[in-house]
Write a protein that binds this ligand. Structure first.
Ligand code: 5GP
Ligand code: ZN
Length: 116
């Protein structure tokens, strides 16, 4: 269920280095290479799904695991109380760049309006 050309599949397999924050059998959290906030962590299922639509339709339990991991990352980053944002860009209008579903955990400063 993995894509040989997918950068996040390679990160999940340890073939490309990343700064890991948390890991379970099926989920990985690692720091974004170009952080947009003091805390910017990406949470992914290790299996390849193109976007949140595919993940939720194919494996809703795994989607729940990813959401739970994102909340645990927010606690571990110390941003659960000050506030944090969870974003999954999905499809063309969202500006999604990497087509392996990932949830951005953002926080550590006031984040401003959600849609610009
Ligand atoms: P998207 O626009 O698809 O929602 O977000 C993709 C995110 O992946 C961007 O925030 C970008 O900085 C991050 N990213 C792209 N390539 C890499 C990489 O090789 N390693 C890490 N850690 N983050 C990456
Ligand atoms: Zn992938």
């Amino acid at each position: 269920m993995n894509d040989a050309d997918c950068i996040f599949c390679k990160i999940a397999a340890g073939q490309i280095p990343s700064t890991k924050i948390a890991e379970t059998e099926r989920v990985l959290a690692f720091r974004d290479l170009h952080p947009k906030a003091p805390s910017h962590v990406l949470v992914i299922p290790k299996d390849h799904y193109a976007n949140a639509t595919e993940l939720a339709a194919s494996d809703p339990a795994l989607a729940g695991d990813v959401l739970a991991a994102a909340a645990e990352v927010a606690v571990a980053e110390g941003i659960a109380d000050s506030g944090w944002r969870l974003i999954a860009n999905s499809g063309p209008d969202s500006g999604q760049d990497v087509f392996h579903v990932h949830f951005h955990v953002l926080g550590g400063k006031p984040l401003g309006p959600m849609v610009s």
